[in-house]
Write a protein that binds this ligand. Structure first.
Ligand code: NAD
Length: 978
């Protein structure tokens, strides 16, 4: 801990050195003058609307090959916004409907984009980048090259990135000598581009795969006398990047190599801990590495993603916190000069001055310290530093503009945010001492975002070791409880069944998960009797007490969330993430329906003179809850909790494929002490005990989720009056889908391909919301199919107990055979491009992703629900045709559109007939309350689950009207009589 005097001395030196830097900077800024980009940027800072539109337009621009298309987009984006571009483009835009205007406007706009990319990118290829490097070297600056590319979605793309990096190093070695230092080859690498299946839950597998591609690059660098720095990217990959860096650089081939470095982002709350880890490792390694200290470039992304998921943001919220963190990290690094060398990557004058003062206090000279800045930013500051004798390295991204778009948008976003001018290099003359002030963070409290008093249970991110260890331990614990017997539960008591269902692990069919008792009709009668016996007491409870039971159940479930997820990995074949999400959704249903029940409990009173009207909701009686296997806990919990919180009692018939999960949930209800008979657990065969109960006159509600075949059958059964039946049954039937995603001609494939993959193959395509059709518009078809197929072939398939596997098995042998049959038939009329079947595990119901191309809209592949990892790709000439194809099935559950053309998104909003429409994102993963879920046409009959209307289906509405007028006197009349 430095003394107060030392701190004061340091601060004084920061001010002196900072003032010196500012004076030098003033000189350079005056000499430079402003350019057209500065006009654009200052307009973007002042006008938020313009900024959003401009960034979105820049993002889509490189994909618009056709001039007319480009002008149409320009018009859509800027229809109400004055453009800061030359008057002629503005004028031609106004006349854009005239064919002669297009050839004028389009080249102008393209030239603008080229100007933008030239400003921030050092060229399109190595030859141009070498030109940029020589210009920098003439100014006394060193460089590091960053090879920009598209998002890496497949192993082929990862191979190409690896090869491109290796070739780049060889080209640099030939073109530029390894010394002096300023001219020595230097590249920066993104490790996420070296493995398409990088998976936060699986650091070990991810590190192994990345390391395999990284080693040859590092060997080439060593051979070329080049230095390499590993960039830091999204927080989700940070632990993998660090681990990979430390692993490979400890290996014998690289242990004594001094030319490797890694970036540390100081906007991360973990930055100091990461540095400590790195320093301890560097000491053990005994050859120094370089640490590039940066603020971090994904602040908006990290903040938005954390807010959307209810996670604590990994980044500091205030700029002052990041600034202070930057200085703290610098101080720590400079205290260990033997272990690491420091590269200070910042455009912030205060941070630079702080680094100078710290270096000075450690007895380092100006030449010992390296500063790094981005190409195209803060050029005057670069010159000022070089003028003061410091070493400066410029970070030079290069590559095709199309591939560099994410980078370019990020730079523009930073430049136009207006908040952190000092960090982005928007330098002015006379910035004054104020920008040298010491950062003083204040204390902040962040609260979780709620809607209507509800917030979704955050899913695991699996970035923290503790989360991963706890999940693995839960799997281990559950494995210790395989092969047990589970009874029926009737009236709160275990009951012997009339036989057994054996539930097995779809990944290892010989492994028994458990044996569950099955009911016959007489046991079903007993369950009905128990449910009726419990009904009066339960229905009389005030709604808030029933809601309290749901909250109690949710608390107990939350405490055991990993255990419940682990059962799903084993019994349902879900991967870690999917299993965890299912448990979180179950918790959400419990809390959300508790809130809704309390809301509906309030009486609705309408009072008129002489008339009193009161409406309220009453339970209907006994509910039969029939559940599918694909969301074995969430759907069961959702339908069941809605039934009981509305005051009904329930009989649950789970799917015969996942009865053990249901049995554990039933045990949890008993553990929390739910009154006997309120929920009765009755596994059994659907077409026997299921139908028997559905037909019973003693059942008031049938809440069903499952196939169209069974759902429509139950709708029919529910409509038939049985002898002695004195009520109409309410049948809620949520059924299947044939969900389509439209990929528009201007879609961003970096987003659309992973979005389609997630939607089609997440949980092996066994979600009712899964995409089973993708309709590609126009010329994008070939490029989309190529990337999609390569990416699908790269997906990992295997036992979901291993966190690196994206696809697990399909649910059972029957499903496997059924899907195989569909595939064989499909091959007769469409082309099949399947994943690598050779890599499938020998046991288990595993299936590689299957993609059919050239599918006709009326083909069974495009009309019937398959419920497996099978995707049909269709082609449409234009967006309207794509919509017509999308709507032309009997289903209407989910749908999606990837487009950057606002008019098409608007058109989809009004004309894409589905219950849940998703724009520019995957179409699975609806969240309770935020995306109430359910379809129409033959996809469902009922109000949306997880929405405000859902509970109404489980209750009768009663309205009581009293005439309060007696012999001309009404109690509520006031005024004149007095
Ligand atoms: P399924 O229809 O085969 O079975 C669902 C449940 O119904 C099971 O408990 C089963 O035992 C029972 N059952 C079967 N025959 C019965 C009968 N004659 N009478 C009474 N009960 C009977 O469906 P599944 O295979 O478990 O689930 C997959 C299907 O569910 C897919 O079609 C999927 O799209 C659909 N699904 C829809 C939603 C939604 O919200 N719309 C959600 C999940 C699943």
């Amino acid at each position: 801990m430095p003394s107060a005097a030392a701190i004061a001395d340091l601060e004084a030196r920061i001010q002196v050195l900072g003032s010196r830097l500012l004076t030098q900077l003033d000189r350079e800024v005056k000499a430079a003058g402003g350019g057209w980009l500065d006009v654009l940027v200052s307009r973007a800072i002042q006008d938020r609307e313009f900024r959003v539109q401009a960034l979105r337009f820049v993002d889509v621009l490189p994909t618009l090959q056709d001039d007319a298309e480009l002008v149409a987009h320009l018009k859509e984006y800027f229809v109400n916004t004055a453009l800061p571009w030359p008057a002629v483009s503005h004028w031609s835009l106004r006349h854009s409907d005239a064919p002669w205007a297009v050839p004028i406007a389009a080249p102008l706009v393209r030239a603008t984009l080229r100007g933008l990319s030239r400003r921030f990118m050092g060229g399109r290829d190595t030859r141009q980048a070498l030109g940029t490097i020589s210009r920098l070297q003439r100014k006394g600056m060193a460089y590091t090259l960053d090879l920009l590319g598209e998002a890496v979605l497949s192993e082929q793309e990862a191979d190409r990135y690896q090869q491109a990096c290796t070739e780049l190093l060889q080209d640099l070695a030939q073109a530029v000598p390894a010394s002096p230092e300023a001219q020595r080859p230097h590249v920066s690498l993104k490790l996420s581009s070296l493995y398409s299946q990088i998976q936060p839950a699986d650091p070990r597998g991810s590190v192994a795969a990345i390391a395999a591609r990284l080693r040859p690059i590092l060997a080439a660098a060593r051979e070329a006398g080049a230095a390499v720095t590993i960039d830091m990217e999204q927080y989700a990959f940070r632990h993998i990047v660090m681990q990979c860096f430390m692993t490979v650089l400890t290996e014998p081939d690289f242990r004594d190599w001094p030319d490797a470095g890694i970036a540390i982002q100081t906007y991360l709350k973990d930055a100091r801990d990461d540095l400590q880890t790195l320093l301890a490792w560097a000491d053990r390694r005994a050859t120094p590495v370089q640490v590039r200290i940066v603020r971090g470039a994904y602040w908006d992304y990290e903040t938005v993603i954390a807010r959307q998921h209810g996670w604590d943001a990994p980044v500091w919220e205030q700029k002052a916190q990041t600034d202070a963190g930057f200085e703290a990290c610098l101080e720590l690094l400079m205290s260990r000069p033997g272990s690491v060398s420091v590269a200070v990557a910042s455009h912030n004058v205060r941070s630079l001055a702080c680094a100078m003062a710290l270096a000075e206090s450690r007895g380092l000279s100006a030449g010992d310290l390296e500063f790094q800045m981005l190409y195209g930013m803060a050029d005057e500051l670069k010159l000022a530093l070089v003028g003061m004798g410091y070493r400066l390295r410029v970070y030079v991204p290069f590559g095709e503009t199309l591939h560099g778009m994410a980078y370019l948008v990020r730079r523009l976003l930073e430049n136009s945010s207006g908040q952190s001018i000092l960090d982005t290099g928007m330098l002015k003359t006379g910035m004054g001492q104020a920008c040298l002030e010491k950062p003083r963070p204040s204390v902040t409290h962040t609260s979780r975002h709620t809607h209507g008093g509800f917030s979704n249970q955050p899913v695991h991110r699996f970035v923290r070791q503790e989360e991963r260890t706890a999940f693995a331990a839960a799997l281990h614990a559950v494995r210790g409880r395989l092969d047990e017997d589970y009874p029926l539960i009737i009236g709160g008591e275990p009951a012997a069944g009339a036989g057994w269902i054996t539930s097995s692990n779809p990944a290892l069919p010989a492994e028994v998960i458990g044996r569950v008792a099955v009911a016959d009709r007489s046991l079903a009668d007993q369950a009905l009797a128990a449910a009726h016996a419990a009904a009066p007491g339960w229905s009389r409870l005030p709604a808030h007490e029933r809601a309290a039971w749901l909250r109690k159940i949710a608390t107990a479930l939350l405490r055991q969330r990993d255990r419940f997820a682990a059962w799903q990995v084993l019994e349902a074949g879900k991967n870690w993430t999917e299993a965890d999400a299912d448990v979180c959704e179950a918790i959400d249903f419990l809390i959300y329906y508790a809130i809704q029940a309390e809301r509906l409990a309030g009486l609705q009173v309408i009072e008129l003179s002489g008339e009193h009207n009161r409406c309220c909701y009453r339970p209907r009686g006994v509910g039969l809850v029939i559940t599918p296997w694909n969301f074995p806990l969430a759907i069961l919990t959702g339908m069941l909790s809605a039934t009981i919180v509305s005051g009904n009692t329930a009989i649950v018939k789970p799917s015969s494929l996942t009865p053990v999960i249901g049995a554990h949930f039933m045990q949890l209800l008993r553990d929390v002490g739910l009154p006997p008979g309120v929920v009765n657990y009755l596994p059994g065969h659907g077409n026997d005990v299921g139908e028997y109960l559905a037909a019973s006159p003693r059942v008031n509600i049938i809440a069903f989720t499952g196939s169209r075949e069974v759902g429509t059958r139950l709708l029919g059964i529910g409509a038939q009056l049985q002898p002695g039946q004195t009520h109409i049954k309410r049948v809620i039937a949520e059924m299947g889908g044939k969900n389509a995603i439209i990929v528009d001609a201007d879609a961003d494939l970096d987003d659309a391909v992973p979005g389609v993959l997630q939607s089609a193959f997440g949980y092996q395509g066994q979600k009712c919301s899964a995409a089973s059709r993708v309709i590609v518009v126009g010329k994008l078809y070939a490029a989309f199919v190529k990337r999609l197929v390569e990416a699908a072939q790269s997906l990992t398939v295997g036992d979901p107990q291993q966190p690196g596997n994206f696809l697990g098995p399909v649910i059972d042998a029957v499903a496997y055979a059924r899907i195989q049959k569909v595939i064989e038939e499909g091959r007769q009329h469409a082309q099949l491009l399947r994943g690598d079947t050779a890599r499938l595990p020998p046991e288990g119901h595993f299936m590689a992703p299957q993609i059919f191309t050239g599918v006709a809209p009326q083909d069974p592949l495009a009309q019937e629900e398959i419920f497996g990892p099978v995707l049909a790709v269709l082609r449409a000439d234009d967006f309207e045709e794509a919509l017509t194809i999308a709507n032309a099935t009997a289903y209407a559950l989910t749908g999606g559109v990837y487009s950057r053309y606002p008019a098409h998104l608007e058109r989809a909003r009004e004309a894409f007939h589905v219950g849940n429409l998703y724009l520019n994102r995957r179409i699975t993963g609806a969240l309770v309350s935020r995306q109430p879920f359910g379809g129409f046409k033959l996809s469902g009959a009922g109000s949306k689950a997880g929405g405000p209307d859902y509970l109404l289906q489980f209750m009768d509405t009663v309205c009581v009207t009293e005439n309060t007028l007696r012999r001309g006197f009404a109690p509520d009349i006031s005024g004149n009589a007095e």
